[in-house]
Design a protein around this ligand. Structure first.
Ligand code: SAM
Length: 279
């Protein structure tokens, strides 16, 4: 009998540990172990990797990651009620599951992990975007992670992979696609979760590129993109006018049309503009 078979069904774990879902913690649990195994497989070959999992809850995805052969899983969970349930999984996989109780926005888990590191999580929706932006904007590149496999609300997933010309295209797409490959790899209806959330969800898989796709200063690119999309209906020449007195010339120098709107501008052109503004 494999370790995963020796553990009780998740519905029993939830009943035994009285893990009634709390909205304030974004708790929508995945109880179908076939589904969590499928999500774990989207994270790639885990056998030589440490995996950081944020918000393991009762441990459905944790079990999937371990069964898929992760060298080690570091599970960081804020809800103390989940810790005993996770300890049962740790006993079934000796030496491969480390549990940290705390807030993912406050704890730096890196001291507990060895490279190569992958991140996999069914994230609490209230902190998902903030964590993603942090992971995409470290002081140095490449980042600590090789890949991120993350559950988001469908609408947020679409913003991460959006292309120019679409409503979803904005700062998140530029941040994600500048230095990683981002793909939606699974779609999940509300009914896949207990309790079901109001909206559909999707799993996004991001692979870190060794180098940015186009050269640019990270801080300048971030500033330009934030300003451009803050006033996304305005033409670039007015949305960006506080960046440089001769902004129209700079836009032309970067290969842009000053009357374009941010939504139409490719990642490559935003990077060109960031370079021109630094020259
Ligand atoms: N991974 C589990 C699953 O798929 O069934 C649970 C996912 S549930 C959407 C989000 C989990 O994140 C919950 O277990 C919740 O307690 C935890 N959580 C919420 N806020 C957190 C935070 N700031 N730091 C760490 N975990 C958090």
């Amino acid at each position: 009998m494999s370790a995963i078979d020796s553990l009780p069904p998740l519905s029993r774990v939830i009943a035994e540990h009285q893990l009634s879902a709390r909205k304030s913690l974004g708790q929508n649990f995945l109880l179908d172990l076939n589904l969590t195994a499928k999500i774990a497989r989207q994270a790639g070959d885990l056998t030589a990797c440490d995996v950081l999992e944020i918000g393991p809850g009762p441990g459905g995805l944790t079990r999937g990651l371990l069964a898929e052969g992760a060298r080690k899983v570091l599970a960081l969970e804020k809800d103390s009620r989940c810790i005993p349930a996770l300890q049962e999984i740790a006993s079934a996989y000796p030496g491969r599951l480390e549990i940290l109780e705390g807030d993912a926005l406050e704890i730096d888990p890196l001291a507990h992990l060895a490279p190569p590191i992958r991140v996999a999580a069914n994230l609490p929706y209230n902190i998902g975007t903030e964590l993603l932006v942090r992971w995409l904007t470290p002081p140095d590149w490449p980042p600590f992670w090789e890949s991120l496999t993350l559950m988001f609300q469908r609408e947020v997933a679409e913003r991460i992979v959006a292309r120019p010309g679409s409503k979803a295209y904005g700062r998140l797409a530029i941040l994600a696609q500048w230095r990683s490959d981002a793909r939606i790899v699974m779609s999940l209806p509300p009914g896949a979760f207990t309790p079901p959330p109001k909206v559909s969800s999707a799993v996004v898989h991001l692979t870190a590129l060794p180098e940015p796709r186009f050269p640019a200063d990270a801080a300048m690119l971030s500033r330009v993109v934030a300003m451009a999309f803050n006033q996304r209906r305005k033409m670039l020449r007015s949305a960006l006018k506080s960046l440089a007195p001769d902004i129209e010339d700079r836009l032309v120098e970067a290969g842009l049309t000053p009357t374009d709107r941010a939504e139409q501008v490719s990642l490559e052109r935003f990077c060109a503009l960031a370079r021109v503004l630094m020259s």
